[in-house]
Design a protein around this ligand. Structure first.
Ligand code: NAD
Ligand code: MLT
Length: 312
C-alpha cells in the first residue's frame, strides 16, 4: 500500500525528510493551488500538509474522499474547517512547539522596533533623510508590558521582557498566582492588564471568545499613549477600533505581524506612520520552519504507516 501525501504550502525541505524517507509514502509538492485546483486534486491523497496559506475549507474536505489526516506545520488551525474534518473522520494535527521561540523573538523585535521607531527611521534614511527629531523613541526599562494569553509564546515573551527590565502583568484564564509568582510577574483580569500597561501584546488563539477582545471599549480603558503589539492572529484586535484609537492619539503606536484578512497589502492601518508591520513572519525562521515540518511529518508518517496501515 502506498500513501499519497500532498504538500500545498511551502515547507522546509529538511523538515519533510521523515516523509521522504518513509516506506510506502509518496510525497507531492504543489504550492499555490487555487481552491478549485485543490478540490480537483485532493481526492487522490491520503494526507494533506499545509502552513497557513491553504484554506482547508468544507468544500475541499467534502471532496477529499481518501483523506485521512491534515497536518498543519505551525500552531494555529484557524485555516482548517475543524468541524468539517471531524464530520468526515479526518484527523487534524498541528506542530505547537516548533515555532514558539521564533514567534517570541519576533514579538520582542517588534516591541523594540515600536519603542524606538526603527522601521520608520530606516525608511526615512533610505529615502535620504537624516532625521533625528521625528524618530525619538521611548525606553522599555521600567515600563509595564501587559501580556494577554500566557501560553507557550506569551510566557516566553514575558520572560524576555523581564530581561529588558520591564514590569510584566498578564491575563490568561489558566494563569494561577503560583505560576505568576514563579515567573516573577503580576496577574489580573483583562481589564486590570489593559488599564496599567504601557505596551500590550496579545498571544491568544483566535476563537469566538478572543475575536475583537481588544475593541473600542478596551481601548477607552487603556492608558493614553499605550502601544499595541499583535504577533498572534489578526482579529484578536478590532482593526477599525485600533485605527480610530491611533488617529485620536489614544494609542501611540502599533506593531502588527498579523491581519484579519491576509495578505494585507492594501490596508489603511499601513498608511499610518505610527504603525509598523511585517507580513506574518513570526514563525519565518529556518529553525522554526524545520521544527514544525519535522514534527508534523513525523505525526503523518506515524499515523499512516502505523495506525492506518494496520487497520485499513
Ligand atoms: P498556546 O495555546 O500555547 O497559548 C495560548 C494561550 O491563550 C493559552 O494559554 C490559553 O489559555 C490562552 N487563552 C485562551 N483564551 C484566552 C482568552 N480569552 N484570554 C486570554 N488568554 C486566553 O499558543 P501559542 O503557541 O502561545 O500561540 C499563541 C498565538 O500565536 C496563536 O494565535 C498562534 O496561532 C499564534 N502564532 C503566530 C505566529 C506568527 O507567525 N505570527 C507564530 C506562532 C503562533
Ligand atoms: C502559526 O500559527 O504557527 C503561525 O501563524 C505561523 C505560520 O505558520 O505562519
Amino acid at each position: 500500500m502506498t500513501f499519497k501525501v500532498l504538500i500545498s504550502d511551502p515547507l522546509s525541505e529538511d523538515g519533510i525528510k521523515p516523509l521522504r524517507e518513509a516506506d510506502n509514502v509518496q510525497v507531492d509538492i504543489d504550492t499555490g493551488l487555487s481552491p478549485d485546483e485543490l478540490i480537483e486534486k485532493i481526492g487522490d491523497y491520503d494526507a494533506l500538509l499545509v502552513r497557513s496559506q491553504t484554506k482547508v475549507t468544507r468544500d475541499i474536505i467534502s471532496k477529499a474522499s481518501n483523506l485521512k489526516i491534515i497536518g498543519r506545520a505551525g500552531v494555529g488551525v484557524d485555516n482548517i474547517d475543524l468541524s468539517a474534518a471531524t464530520e468526515y473522520g479526518i484527523i487534524v494535527v498541528n506542530a505547537p512547539d516548533g515555532n514558539t521561540n521564533s514567534a517570541a523573538e519576533h514579538t520582542v523585535a517588534m516591541l523594540m522596533s515600536l519603542a524606538r521607531k526603527i522601521p520608520q527611521a530606516f525608511v526615512a534614511l533610505k529615502n535620504g533623510k537624516w532625521d533625528r527629531k521625528t524618530h525619538v523613541g521611548v525606553e522599555l526599562k521600567g515600563k509595564t508590558l501587559g501580556v494577554i494569553g500566557m501560553g507557550r509564546i506569551g510566557a516566553e515573551v514575558a520572560a524576555r521582557a523581564k530581561g529588558q527590565r520591564m514590569n510584566v502583568i498578564a491575563y490568561d484564564p489558566f494563569l494561577t498566582k503560583e505560576r505568576a509568582d514563579k515567573l516573577g510577574i503580576d496577574f489580573g483580569s483583562v481589564e486590570d492588564v489593559i488599564k496599567v500597561a504601557d505596551f500590550i501584546t496579545v498571544h491568544t488563539p483566535l476563537i469566538k471568545e478572543t475575536k475583537h477582545l481588544i475593541n473600542k471599549e478596551a481601548f477607552a480603558k487603556m492608558k493614553d499613549g499605550v502601544r499595541i503589539i499583535n504577533c498572534a492572529r489578526g482579529g484578536i484586535i478590532d482593526e477599525d477600533a485600533l485605527y480610530d484609537a491611533i488617529k485620536s492619539g489614544k494609542v501611540a503606536g502599533a506593531a502588527l505581524d498579523v491581519f484579519e484578512e491576509e495578505p494585507a497589502t492594501d490596508h489603511r492601518l499601513l498608511e499610518l506612520p505610527e504603525v509598523i508591520a511585517t507580513p506574518h513572519l513570526g514563525a519565518s525562521t529556518v529553525e522554526a520552519q524545520e521544527n514544525v515540518a519535522v514534527d508534523v511529518s513525523h505525526d503523518v508518517v506515524r499515523y499512516l504507516t502505523e495506525d492506518v496501515a494496520k487497520n485499513p
